[in-house]
Structures are given as C-alpha cells and as structure tokens.
Design a protein around this ligand. Structure first.
Ligand code: FAD
Length: 388
C-alpha cells in the first residue's frame, strides 16, 4: 500500500512533467519521472512568455532557461502584403509584460528546466500503461508489468494522454481545420518577434540563441489532404511573396528542422484530479497555438502543483484545490486561443473582416490581453490565489 514515504511519480518528461518534477525537488519532495522515449526529444522551438519565466524563477530555473534562449521585443502583426495591422509600442509591451518574450529550442528548454537532479530522477523508455488510486496514494503500472507505488501521480503525458482516463473519460482532441508548419532557420534575424496574417493563414518568427530563428505557418486544409512530398518547397511557395524575412527563413531551414502537425484541441476537462492523481499541461488542456501559451501554462501548472504537493502532506485535497483554481484560468486561455484560431482560418471574407476589426482595435486592448495572461504579474496572481 502506498503511503507518505513513497515518491511522487510524474508521467511524461515534456515541458509540464520536467517542470513539475523540478518544482517538487525544489520543495524537497522525492520524485520519479517516467518517460516513454528512450532519449530526450528534439522538437522545434517555442516562445516563452514572461508568465512562464516568472514561474520558473520561483523554483530557481529561470536563469538557466534564459541562458539557453534569446529575448526579443514584441513587434506586432502585419498583413501578408506588408501593411501593419497592429503595432503596439515595444516599450509599452515590455512594461506590461515585466520582461521580454524568450525564443528557445524545446530540447534546450526541457534540459534547462530539469537540470541534473531531475535528469537523474528520470527513467527513459518507461511506458506507463495505467494509473489507479490505491489506499491513500496510487499505483502506476508500466509496460512489462512493473508496478510502482506513489504518494501522488502527476499526469503530464501530453495531448495524446492515455493515462488521463484514470481521472475521467476524455473526448478525443478534434482537428481544428488547419495544419501547423514549424522550422528552425540557420539565419540570424535582429528584428522584434512579428506575426503575419494572410488569407486563412498565420505566420511569424522569433529569434533563438546561436544565430538561429524559429518560424511558423498555419494553413487551412482538409484533414485528409496528405502532406506534400517536399514540405520545404511547399512552404516556400506559400510564403514566396510575403514580407521579409519569411521566405528567407524557410529557404535557410534544413529539412531535418521542418515539422508539420495537424492542429487539434478539445474542451478543457471538467475534472483534472481524482484523489492524489492530477493532470497538468496538454494532458489536461491541449490548446491551439495562437496565444503561444500551451507550454507556458504547462510551466505554470508544473510550478504551482509541484510546490503545493511538496508542501502539503495530504495530496488529494491539494490536487483538488490546484485543479479548481487552474481550470478557470486556463479554460479561458483555451477558449480564447480557439476563437482566434477559428477566425484566422475562416474562409476569406470572414477572415478579412477579422483582420480589419483587429486593425481598428486600440493597441491598449492587445496590451491588456497580454498583461492578463502572459505577464510576470499574471503568474504571480495565480500563485497568490493558491497561497504560494
Ligand atoms: C504548432 C505549435 C506551436 C506551439 N507554440 C507554442 C509556443 O510558442 N509557446 C507555448 O508556450 N506553447 C506552444 N505550443 C504548445 C506546446 O507545445 C504544448 O502546450 C507543450 O508542449 C505541452 O507540454 P506537455 O509537457 O504537457 O506535453 P508534451 O510536450 O506532449 O510532453 C508529453 C511527454 O509525455 C511522454 N509520454 C506520453 N505518453 C507517455 C506514457 N504513456 N508513458 C510515459 N511517457 C509518456 C511523451 O513522450 C512526452 O515526452 C505549440 C504547439 C503547437 C502544436
């Protein structure tokens, strides 16, 4: 039977799992991380907003993460013909956010969050098949039949989570109607992070450390359309006439650094916790990428839950309190990202009306939205609500 001396088991060593494990260690708890991959993943890159950096500062990992990335100011949004749609003042955005957005490779981010302690506590090649509450704790069953007793289990196995069914039945994630391309160019761009809105499409770029630049493109497409044989040529064709530096970035992207994924999301779950088993990150709330907050909210989840579980002896009520506080905040981010994604990829007349409406909106509205979700203060408010 599991008891207070058992470790806390984290399922998945992605952004959410690595952060929860680092926060648990920072709080002095015993932790085991189970990751199905045999080696750390490579992935692409990510924009890390100040809410996530403030969360990482709470557990002493912020500076390691900053050292592996590159900060950028926030430029605004242009049309595919180059005209500006939204151009808030960089200094105003910096002030509202509390620091600049960081561009970072995903593998570097996870490694910097984990550090040596969490890396040592991670078992690679450990596929979790089932999680079940048991006694006051839980039991985790691995492929091959091994069972581990846990004081609590943090489910962080991503948007395709299978172990989430130990908390609640889960509707499948739905195709959003568009695909996302991501690439890392071997090209330095010294410009503020910028987005471009085109006909039922969105693109953008963000500087990374080491003279590299991350870029993305989303493209409306029926789900059954197969990926083009030459993805680079396809994206170069789509972006050929878009403003610099988009086409140059795609041209400077090696094939191995180009990824294509269908975009999916689903409603945020009604239950994130059952007894001492609790879900975080994409397992609990997969979201569309338009606010660049999926990973940032996963980091907030991991820090808040990890510090709470490390502090409180009784995991079940702690998990329930965490879930209740976070569901409301993150649910709004998921809905907002869905609404923006739907409008950005709507057929042309609707899509153009959305662009035009945004062009008329005052910069103050955009800055207020960033402040509410992506600023250092946004995280601090969440932490205070949970007594941290
Ligand atoms: C196109 C695109 C662009 C994005 N851009 C941004 C951005 O700029 N900023 C941002 O904040 N977010 C962004 N996101 C969202 C972000 O990528 C996700 O929210 C984030 O990766 C979620 O992290 P996670 O740890 O919850 O899940 P994952 O990263 O999916 O990690 C889950 C881990 O669990 C492991 N695992 C799975 N099943 C098992 C099992 N049974 N047993 C053991 N291990 C298992 C997996 O191998 C994996 O390592 C973007 C997403 C997309 C699709």
């Amino acid at each position: 039977m599991s008891g207070p001396r058992e470790p806390i088991v984290v399922v998945g060593a992605g952004i959410a799992g690595a952060t929860a494990a680092a926060a648990l260690r920072a709080g002095g708890a015993d932790v085991v991380v189970l990751e199905r991959r045999r080696e750390p993943g490579s992935g692409s890159a990510i924009s890390l907003w100040p809410n996530a950096l403030a969360a990482l500062d709470r557990i002493g990992r912020g500076d390691a993460v900053r050292a592996a990335g590159r900060p950028s100011s926030t430029g605004g949004t242009r049309r595919e013909d180059g005209r500006w749609l939204m151009r808030p003042g960089e200094a105003q955005v910096d002030r509202a956010l509390g620091e600049r957005v960081l561009g970072i490779r995903r593998a570097a981010l996870v490694a910097a969050i984990a550090g040596t302690e969490v890396a040592a506590a991670t078992r690679h090649g450990a596929v979790v098949e089932a999680v079940a509450p048991h006694g006051g704790g839980a039991v985790v069953r691995l492929a091959g039949g091994e069972e581990l007793a846990a004081r609590a289990v943090v489910i962080a196995d991503g948007s395709g989570s299978t172990t989430i069914s130990s908390i609640a039945p889960v509707p499948p994630a739905r195709y959003a109607g568009y695909v996302g391309w991501r690439g890392i160019a071997r090209l330095r761009v010294d410009e503020p992070a910028t987005q471009f809105w085109g006909p039922s499409m969105e693109a953008g770029f963000l500087a990374l450390a080491g003279d590299e630049t991350y870029w993305f493109l989303t493209e409306r497409l029926r789900e059954d359309v197969p990926a083009p044989a030459d993805g680079g040529a396809h994206v170069r064709g789509v972006l050929a006439d878009w403003p610099a530096p988009m086409a140059a970035l795609v041209a400077a992207t090696p094939d191995a650094e180009l990824l294509r994924h269908p975009v999916r999301d689903r409603r945020s779950l009604r239950r994130w916790a059952r007894g001492p088993v609790v879900a975080i990150g994409d397992a609990a709330h997969p979201m569309r990428p338009h606010l660049a907050q999926g990973g940032c909210q996963a980091i907030e989840d991991g820090v808040l839950l990890g510090l709470l579980l490390a502090r409180e002896p009784d995991a079940a009520p702690t998990a329930a309190r965490f879930a209740a506080a976070r569901r409301r905040h993150v649910g709004a981010v998921v809905r907002n990202a869905r609404a923006i994604g739907t409008a950005l990829h709507a057929p042309r007349p609707l899509n153009a009306a959305f662009h035009a409406g945004n062009a008329l909106a005052p910069s103050a509205a955009m800055i207020a939205q960033l402040r509410a979700v992506a600023s250092r203060r946004a995280f601090e408010r969440q932490a205070r609500r949970l007594g941290l």
